[in-house]
Ligand binder design. Structure first.
Ligand SMILES: O=c1nc[nH]c2c1ncn2[C@H]1C[C@H](O)[C@@H](COP(=O)(O)OP(=O)(O)OP(=O)(O)O)O1
Ligand SMILES: [Mg+2]
Length: 196
């Protein structure tokens, strides 16, 4: 089985990517080398995914490694697309998922609405010795001003995917697996990986 090293320290992403890439031995880089800080200072999801994948590829020092990074976030229409690429640090540099979630709820409430169209974006970068590749996936829906359910991670308790009336915190995991920005991006990524 081909080994895929994930350039992430987000346990929610690791769990989802493992579930979605059954044909690979998926290993977070933190299982191989000491975790280190990666500064995600680009201004697009794509460039930030490349920064993470390049940093881990270099740190592994194994030219045959296949490294996959995910940079993702939620964009809320009523907030002109915020937090977007700043999703992980919306409530501050060391903010927890909960801090970010409740700040987003407060900021939507401050617009005097109880919901807003929103979408998730995932950019996936894959690096091998000869090439860098990127793919994207999106999931559209509604951001609401309360947290419901504890499934998924991050902003999932306040996100209702289009066509449903429950949040990703409440819905069965199988639904997110089918619909998510990450699963769509990974489905394209799997086509890239097949030709490696
Ligand atoms: O499916 C999702 N369900 C809920 N929330 C999500 C999802 N996908 C991304 N998100 C949120 C979490 C975090 O606030 C930000 C990602 O930030 P992002 O920098 O890509 O990830 P991270 O810092 O947590 O881990 P790492 O950079 O090590 O991969 O968007
Ligand atoms: Mg990050």
């Amino acid at each position: 089985m081909k080994r895929l090293v994930l350039a992430t320290s987000n346990k929610g992403k690791v769990r989802e990517i493992k579930e979605l890439c059954e044909n690979y031995e998926v290993v977070p880089y933190t299982d191989i080398i000491e975790p280190f800080e990666i500064v995600e200072d680009a201004d697009t999801f794509k460039e930030n995914a490349l920064i993470k994948a390049r940093a881990v590829y270099k740190a592994l020092g194994d030219e045959d490694a296949v490294v996959l990074a995910d940079d993702s976030g939620i964009s809320v229409d009523v907030l002109d697309g915020a937090p977007g690429i700043y999703s992980a640090r919306y409530a501050g540099e060391n903010a927890s998922d909960k801090d970010n979630l409740y700040k987003l709820i407060d900021d939507i409430k401050a617009k005097s609405v109880t919901s807003s169209p929103a979408h998730y974006t995932a950019a996936i970068a894959i690096i091998t010795k000869d090439k860098e590749r990127t793919v994207h996936g999106w999931m559209y829906g509604t951001a609401i001003t309360e947290a419901r359910g504890d499934g998924g991670f991050g902003y999932d308790p306040m996100f209702i995917p289009f066509g449903f009336d429950k949040t990703l915190g409440e819905l069965d995991n199988a639904i997110k697996k089918k619909l998510s920005h990450r699963s769509k991006a990974l489905s394209l990524a799997s086509k890239v990986l097949k030709v490696l």
